[in-house]
Design a binder for this molecule. Structure first.
Ligand SMILES: C[S@@+](CC[C@H](N)C(=O)[O-])C[C@H]1O[C@@H](n2cnc3c(N)ncnc32)[C@H](O)[C@@H]1O
Length: 281
């Protein structure tokens, strides 16, 4: 008898399925919106350095490729991600651009990295989805060389990022299967909202010199991409394809209206309220 595919417990964490496929489809939009954040992750990396860099939760590899470009032929750059569709897309991109980046498809909290093998570990929004944060950051610390730097960008709270929940607040009631946001501190987009919680995780995982500072990034994408943004991203993007055509159209209409305060000169503009988290192994 054929296996019946099971629906994941929390669709917001379904990076191997609909979440990953949607991110691949939205890759250009996400790169355009968040591409400028990568500079803050590679700021300490000298051009042409010999560093070995790991990008955690690398997704479709935008940041990984930025690192590879910065390092040139002297360094090495590896992206790790649990999602098959996203790693496949990242590998294809690297090949297309002739970039010297390698990708591992694995769970970063359990992957058996060679010890002391990275000088810099970075992540753009890729470390908030682990089941066990201390296990994950302990595993990453073991993979880091002594004194290696950790540089992460993660979201602050949902309250400080009202843009991020606009669609579900306006149109979520139209979708009975909408996956609820996770518990505070549990895996999910806003898992790192609480500064003290993040500090505790890193300390318990053996990182030192921990610095967690707020950074506000101005982000924008063309208004013509708003419907695509609503359809593919966030909790709505996880279930919209299950709705009938009329419901889908209504969701887009209602959510688009709710985003109008963010529209200016044919662009959707918002502030990403984030933490820049740094530490040393
Ligand atoms: C919000 S996306 C960010 C992707 C990418 N860093 C970017 O900024 O475009 C989160 C990424 O974390 C990955 N991820 C989630 N859990 C993971 C795990 N346990 N190990 C490795 N990657 C994971 C997801 O597959 C997804 O690509």
């Amino acid at each position: 008898m054929a296996d019946t595919p099971t629906r994941p417990r929390d669709l917001n964490l379904d990076w191997g399925g609909v979440g990953g496929r949607n991110w691949v489809e939205a890759q250009d939009l996400l790169d355009q919106t968040f591409g400028h954040l990568e500079e803050h992750l590679i700021a300490t990396l000298a051009s042409g350095a010999q560093a070995r860099v790991l990008d955690v939760g690398c997704g479709t590899g935008g940041t990984t490729l930025a690192v590879a470009r910065r390092l040139g032929v002297r360094g090495t750059c590896v992206g790790i991600d649990v999602s098959d569709p996203m790693v496949t897309a990242a590998r294809a991109r690297a090949e297309k651009h002739g970039a010297a980046a390698d990708f591992i498809q694995a769970d970063a909290q359990a992957h058996d990295f060679a010890p002391d093998s990275f000088d810099l570990i970075i992540s753009r929004f890729g470390v908030m989805f682990f089941d066990d944060f201390v296990r994950a950051f302990t595993n990453l610390r073991r993979a880091a060389a002594k004194g290696a730097e950790l540089r992460i960008i993660a979201w602050r709270s949902a309250r400080e990022n009202p843009f991020m929940t606009t669609a579900e607040q306006a149109a979520g009631h139209l979708l009975p299967n909408l996956p609820p946001r996770g518990q505070p501190g549990g895996p999910g987009q806003f898992a790192f909202a609480d500064h003290g919680h993040v500090h505790g995780i890193l300390e318990e995982s053996g990182w030192s010199g921990i610095d967690i500072r707020p950074m506000d990034f101005s982000c924008a994408f063309p208004e013509s991409d708003l419907a695509r943004y609503i359809s593919l991203l966030g909790p709505i993007g996880r279930v919209l394809h299950e709705a009938d055509e009329a419901t889908r159209a209504q969701v887009i209409e209602v959510a688009s209206a709710a985003f109008q305060p963010y529209v200016d000169s044919a662009h959707v503009r918002f502030t990403a309220a984030c933490w820049l988290i740094t530490a040393r192994a």
